[in-house]
Design a protein around this ligand. Structure first.
Ligand SMILES: [Zn+2]
Length: 156
């Protein structure tokens, strides 16, 4: 029997502070938010399909996991650009507007690459914070080879 991918038995869960800190701390260290190990990176711009330790599929079998990570990526890059702008305005007597005009877009492009894997794992941590992985779901993650699947076998 098949059932839709997004059909969740557990639904959303109210996160605790300790679990939230643990999930985001692991993601900030480029480790699997679920188990704290890895490896999780195929290379800097690409996650592995599954965590090398716990077997969690790092996009949880969903096509739109990329969208949430882009929200986190552009938020991080925007905040970093504002910090650089604010510090430059605070410490320089004559504001180097021409340097900022060309330097900030270059900085943003560099930071998009630099923050890319962090954004993906932080989004996974956010997802796991609200929808913790169940033992049945983890079994499904371990059993599948593909990055995306639209249906899965119902737990027995
Ligand atoms: Zn893991």
């Amino acid at each position: 029997m098949k059932r839709p991918e997004m059909d969740s038995d557990t639904g959303l869960e109210l996160p605790t502070i300790g679990r939230t800190m643990r999930l985001f701390g692991r993601a900030s260290l480029l480790r699997c938010p679920n188990c704290g190990m890895g490896p999780v990176l195929q290379h800097w711009l690409r996650l592995r399909v599954k965590c090398g330790t716990c077997g969690l599929r790092l996009q949880r079998g969903e096509h739109d996991a990329f969208t949430g990570s882009m929200f986190i990526l552009f938020t991080l890059v925007g905040l970093a650009a504002y910090v650089v702008l604010a510090v430059t305005l605070a410490v320089t007597a004559a504001t180097p507007w021409e340097l900022l005009e060309y330097g900030l877009p270059v900085l943003a492009a560099v930071l998009i690459v630099a923050f890319f894997p962090f954004a993906k794992l932080l989004w996974l941590a956010f997802d796991l914070m609200l929808r913790p992985v169940t033992p049945e779901e983890l079994e499904w993650h371990r059993g599948a080879d593909a990055e995306f699947e639209t249906e899965r076998d119902a737990p027995r």
